[in-house]
Design a protein around this ligand. Structure first.
Ligand SMILES: [Zn+2]
Length: 89
């Protein structure tokens, strides 16, 4: 079974065995994906900044985790050297 389809980019008619084809050629497909992406970005203007925030938040959490581990290791090392005696306790 072949379907007659109107290309979503150039409007040209083509036929295809696929029942969900939207584009007549690879060139139009590439163009269509770009246009779709652009339209989506216009609908979601905060995407980049929101994604950036999430990413930076995760990076910060990782950094804090590593820092906590560093402090623990440092405390363990000092405890080993001093036998658990802390002057400031
Ligand atoms: Zn086309």
């Amino acid at each position: 079974m072949r379907y007659g389809v109107k290309c979503a980019v150039c409007g040209g008619l083509f036929d295809t065995p696929s029942n969900n084809a939207k584009y007549c050629s690879d060139g139009c497909k590439e163009q269509g994906i770009k246009l779709k992406r652009k339209a989506w970005e216009e609908l979601n203007p905060n995407y980049n900044s929101e994604a950036g925030k999430v990413f930076r938040g995760k990076q910060k959490a990782k950094r804090m985790e590593r820092h906590q581990q560093f402090l623990k290791d440092k405390a363990a090392a000092i405890e080993k050297i001093t036998g658990g005696v802390f002057l400031n306790e």
